[in-house]
Design a protein around this ligand. Sequence first.
Ligand SMILES: O=P(O)(O)OC[C@H]1O[C@@H](O)[C@H](O)[C@@H](O)[C@@H]1O
Length: 245
Amino acid sequence: MTTELGLPDDIRACLFDLDGVVTRTATLHAAAWKETFDAFLREREETPFRPFDAADYDEYVDGRPRADGVRTFLFSRDIELPEGEPGDPPDAGTVHGLGNRKNTLLLEKIRTEGVEAYDGSVRYIEAARARGLATAVVSSSANTLDVLRSIGAEALFDVRIDGVVAAGRKLPGKPHPDTFLAAAADLGVPPAHAAVFEDALAGMDAGRAGRFGYVVGVDRAGQRDALYAHGADRVVADLADLLSG
Ligand SMILES: O=P(O)(O)OC[C@H]1O[C@@H](O)[C@H](O)[C@@H](O)[C@@H]1O
């Protein structure tokens, strides 16, 4: 049986990814990563230049914490860099240097292009809260709070587990389930009674690994089949589609 929210009727909490689910910021992240990795790959002389493409982003970077995205993508190209330090400058040839280069580009894009919420997502979250469900935002991004503040959306969530909170609590990021599990625990709801809303394949894997009661895939980029293959119970183009049953 499902409720008006399009969820099984024993779901008591909703755990939302941010970039690409609540806000239109997934494309800004993807573009900043492409600029970062393409510049890095071009500068390397020992291998012919093969650009970072959308499939690389989906498989190796999307949804993962910043430094994990760097490591996972470089590993796929047999490239190993020293870790460096979190405070490395953006031109350092280290994992953290590349991550900081990407963050500089991301913040520039956020400043120039702005942040927008998906109306359907805001309506859905408000509908869930109006029906007494608890809500959390669960994002790998260390920029979550700034993004939410920029659109005045902090109050949509009872709990926030983001890149900053996860680092502080030493929680491994998506595709591990720990950040979603921490959000459910903070809300006092067992995973079997919580629903996960994700657009990234790593996020789907986290939802499946955490044995959550329901996993909704949000398909913004023609990934319907891949979202199902990674464990979605249902895939929608927009969260408002769930409100119509
Ligand atoms: O670099 P940030 O803002 O901490 O974000 C980390 C990751 O956050 C995820 O939400 C994005 O899908 C990734 O693209 C991004 O790399």
